[in-house]
Design a protein around this ligand. Structure first.
Ligand code: SF4
Length: 89
């Protein structure tokens, strides 16, 4: 059941405060937080929960590191080039 753990509370290392499981499972565009396995593995059967409630595709999307878009990569490179130029100049 998707909502079975919603009321459980954990201390979130990112926020520095307490959050309910409901928050952890929806924070990532309605998908689980990237850290959900690390945070919850000692509290509930998190792997089982994920496999029962989400498709492989959803789990991969939720847990995979964010891939940079082309634009972000280009902007980052431009920024780097600018810095190098400033240092040289
Ligand atoms: S799973 Fe994410 S939102 Fe939930 S406690 Fe861990 S870091 Fe915080």
């Amino acid at each position: 059941m998707l909502k079975e753990n919603d009321e459980l509370i954990i201390r979130c290392p990112q926020l520095g405060g307490e959050v309910p499981f409901r928050y952890c499972r929806t924070i990532n565009e309605d998908l689980p937080c990237r850290r959900i396995i690390i945070c919850w593995e000692f509290r509930i059967e998190i792997s089982k929960y994920l496999s029962e409630n989400y498709s492989i595709d959803q789990i991969q999307r939720a847990l995979a590191p964010p891939t940079k878009s082309r634009l972000e990569t280009i902007l980052e490179l431009a920024e780097k080039a600018k810095k190098i130029k400033e240092e040289e100049g």
